[in-house]
Write a protein that binds this ligand. Sequence first.
Ligand code: S3P
Length: 256
Amino acid sequence: MKDLETIREEIDHCDRQLVEIFERRLNAVLQVMEYKKEHKLPIFQPQREKEVIRKVTSYVKEKGFQSEVEGLYGEIMKISRSLQSRYLYPFNIVLIGFMGSGKSSVGRRLSSLLEMDLIDTDFVIEKRMEMTIREIFSTMGEKEFRRLEREIIIGLQDTKNSIISCGGGIVLDPENVESLKKGGRIIWLDASPEEIYNRLLGDKSRPLLSDLSLEDIRALWEKRLPLYETASHMKIRTDGKTVDEIVEEILKYQNL
Ligand code: S3P
């Protein structure tokens, strides 16, 4: 058996080569990104990732290492996506819109596809207070909830390259809008009152909507509309669309 130092030297030798090759690979990834940007091609292609992983696992000589190589490439793909998104989106992608417009699901999907952190303002508040939004509304009132929302937004001043999914009422305070605009591009996910009503039917978690009729929802929706309009850089209609379709639409705008 070789002695420990010799084996470690062998590992160090491999690491040097790996790092050198990995750097080459990362440079190639950035070149692909520039090419796709120039030619207006979609940059993030999950299908293509799957093909790469299938191909590299076919290169494995020792069958016992198949799943390790697959795991390694899963991570490499994530690193590539994160590198590309840091170049493409050095700012935050902020999702606003009425309750039930899909901000949380779209936020989750965008975050995993772009390997960007996800900050869901409602979730941050719930965690901080160790209470649900519904409990906060009923015990502390809406005014206190709005104060907490403002606090969260102020705390995000230095956040970059993240997905921020906002509570539907974030636009009620113009100072929130101003802060969010400073650090990011604001996308308004727009859904019709009918769609919102149907999506949230039976959902008791939203204090402002539970037990509201379609007409009540329409009235609140109409009141908020101009706020979403002026707050956003871009509007995406979400009626009848799947989360993947909405995400695809967002990523189509390469210069968000
Ligand atoms: C609110 C929307 C909710 C939550 C709270 C108030 C609103 O967030 O912040 O119930 O005023 O529109 P979602 O839009 O994520 O449901």
